[in-house]
Structures are given as C-alpha cells and as structure tokens.
Write a protein that binds this ligand. Structure first.
Ligand code: TXA
Ligand code: MG
Length: 348
C-alpha cells in the first residue's frame, strides 16, 4: 500500500506504480468515483490477470482510462460528433463513452466486442499514473466480482489482498458511485449505466440521449434485453439478504419497521439503511444513515462504504429506504436495487 497525496501525488510513488503497470502488473488506484484495478490495457496478459484477481466473469468488458483526450483517436475507430461534445463537456469526469474500437485494442480488454468503453477520470492520482505509465489503463472497480465497489483503499485490501501488486491510497473517493456509461455507437445514444454524471446533465448537452430500460428498472429484466454485458451479473451485493422499500418517507418507515419485527421474530439480526431525516424512527439491531435526503451527493458518497459496514456488523438482513431516482439518485437507486437482487417493495 502506497499512501499518496490526493491533490499533489508524490511523483516517486507514482513512478513505482507506473513501473508495475509497464511490467504487466496490477495496481489499484483512486478515481473520483471508486477505486479501479488497473493494468496496461494494451497488454493481454496483464488484462487477463485483472479478470483472475477479481474473479470477473469473462464476458464482462473493462473500461479503458486515458489521461489525454487525444488518446481516444488511437483506441476508437470512429468518434461521432455527439461523443466529442460530451467528452469536451464532461472529461475529465465520471462519464464513460462506448465507441467503435480500433485494432490497437486487444480482444481480451473488450471481451471480443467491436466496441470499447473509454473514460478520462477527474483525479490527480489516476491521471498521473496513466501519464507516467505511458499507456491507457484498463480498470474495472477494484472489488471482488459481485461485491460493493471500493470507495477506500481499505476496501480494496479487504477484497484483493495478495492478488494484486500495489494499492495507491489517496483516501476516500469523492463521488462514491461509478461513472455513467453511454453507448455512442447507437442512435439515439443510450445510457447503459447511470452514474456520477446525471442523465439530466447529459440531456442538456445532447437532447436525444435516452435511458436504457434496465437503468431505472425495479424488476430484473431478461438477459437478452441487456446491451451491456455487465448488466446481467449480480452486483454490489452485501452478504446479507437485502430488501428495498420505496415510496413516501413516512409510509416507508412504517413498512420497514413492520418488516424488522417480522425478521426479529424469526431470530434474524436486522440492519436498517436509513437517512438522517428518518434514522431515529427505527428500532433495530443496527441502524445506519446514508446522509440527509436533501444531499444526494452525500448519500452517493456513503453508499458502498455503508453496505460494507453492515456486512461487518454481521447482520442477516438489510432493509433499505429508497430515495427519489432523480439526478445522482438514479445511480443510487440503480445500485441499491441490484444490491438487493431486485427485492423491491412499494410502500403505498
Ligand atoms: O467509475 C467507473 O466507471 C469505475 C472506475 C474505476 O473508473 N469503473 C467501473 O468499471 O465501474 P466496472 O468494470 O466495474 O464497470 C464497467 C461497466 C460494466 O457494466 C461493463 O459491462 C460496461 O462498463 N462496459 C465496458 N465496456 C463495455 C462495452 N464495450 N460495451 C458495453 N458496456 C461496456
Ligand atoms: Mg464494478
């Protein structure tokens, strides 16, 4: 573990990590969204190690991270005008663009697809690492496949210790949910995964952009309908069984407290995922708040950390409040519903 200054990363530490990347090693590093598990995107053997370390399903392609907008032209064979517009507006930032890939990109990085996911992160440590490595860096979130994404270096260690070569530790990530993934190879462009760049902001730049039907889904959709291979895998899941209760806050609280009594009667240890406005309304073994309903950025920032904390408390059941699926809230609800394996209850 290498501790680095988040805003002015020490160059000698970045060089150590960059050498590992150049030699085909695996380095976990912070981005503004979550920690990524980085490898040289152009080295098939290195990318293969990423799949092995994470136990990632072999049909789930990896996002390629760049430090210079011009690098898109090497990795993609076509950059539509709308993609250029989004990149100039939102890069560096939590936005991933799917484009037609060039022949430079090894098959394994994109699991044999004709497309590539590219993003330029807004994080000084990530940008320094990519620049110093002199190669684009393929990096999925640095968690074991299926687990909540890591927003701190400790989360990476908990999941991947002994399986990777280094972690650059720059403290907690700012945003806390992953990048928004937009498919620019179709018309109109399609959001495949909501994330750190809200849909409303994309729409203000490109007004025909649409949400894929799985993005806001409260029920699992058939795999055939999933455009992004990652959509069909279980995600973000804590060890505990999880239920989401959505609806008006006061009705949600009543319904959730009712569920607590039922589970407690069955001898279960129950954890509640609440908000600041409601946390004192619950009686349960563990009650945690994600933050105020008025500050969805704080809720997003705390989401994955709190899911991991509930697992450490050893609860059998997690019951979580839904929040409005607007702005960053869409990404939060997308992750919560998947974490709960679409076990969603509507309260009134
Ligand atoms: O914020 C983020 O995006 C973080 C940080 C580390 O950059 N990365 C991340 O990577 O979340 P990962 O692997 O956990 O999620 C990548 C998502 C998956 O759902 C994957 O299926 C999708 O992007 N994806 C990657 N390449 C794709 C492609 N060519 N076509 C469609 N979807 C793709
Ligand atoms: Mg992931």
């Amino acid at each position: 573990m290498l501790k680095v200054n988040p805003t002015k990363p020490e160059i000698e530490k970045i060089r150590v990590a960059a050498r590992l990347i150049k030699n085909g090693g695996l380095v976990a590093f912070p981005t503004e969204t979550v920690y990524g598990l980085g490898a040289d995107a152009l080295n098939p053997k290195a990318v293969e190690k990423v799949f092995a370390a994470k136990q990632r399903p072999p049909d789930n392609p990896i996002i390629v991270h760049i430090a210079n907008k011009q690098d898109v032209c090497r990795l993609a064979r076509q950059v539509p005008a709308a993609a250029e517009k989004l990149a100039s507006q939102f890069w560096p930032g939590p936005l991933t663009l799917i484009l037609k890939r060039s022949s430079l990109v090894p098959d394994i990085t994109v699991v044999g697809l004709d497309t590539i996911a590219i993003r330029m992160p807004r994080n000084e440590v990530a940008l320094a690492l990519i620049k110093e490595s002199g190669t684009p860096i393929a990096a999925p979130s640095a968690n074991l496949a299926g687990k909540p994404s890591p927003t701190r270096a400790e989360h990476v260690i908990d999941d991947l210790a002994g399986r990777i070569d280094a972690v650059l530790d720059a403290g907690p990530t700012r945003i806390g949910v992953e990048s928004t993934v937009v498919d620019m190879t179709v018309s109109p462009p399609l959001v495949l995964r909501p994330g750190g760049t809200p849909f409303e902001k994309l729409k203000s730049i490109i007004d025909d952009v649409q949400l894929h039907q799985t993005v806001g889904a409260k029920r699992r959709m058939r795999v055939l309908e999933a455009r992004s291979p990652g959509m069909k895998h279980r995600h973000y899941a804590p060890n505990a069984q999880m239920t989401i209760v959505e609806g008006k806050p006061n009705q949600v609280v009543t319904r959730m407290q009712g569920l607590v009594y039922l589970y407690v009667a069955e001898g279960k240890k129950v954890g509640i995922l609440a908000t600041d406005e409601t946390r004192s309304d619950y009686k349960a073994d563990v009650v945690k708040s994600l933050g105020s309903r008025k500050k969805v950025t704080v809720i997003a920032h705390n989401l994955f950390k709190t899911l991991r904390e509930l697992d450490l408390e050893g609860v059998d059941i997690i019951i979580a409040e839904g929040i409005p699926a607007k702005g960053l809230g869409l990404a939060v609800m997308n992750r919560l519903r998947r974490a709960a394996n679409f076990n969603v209850i509507e309260a009134g």
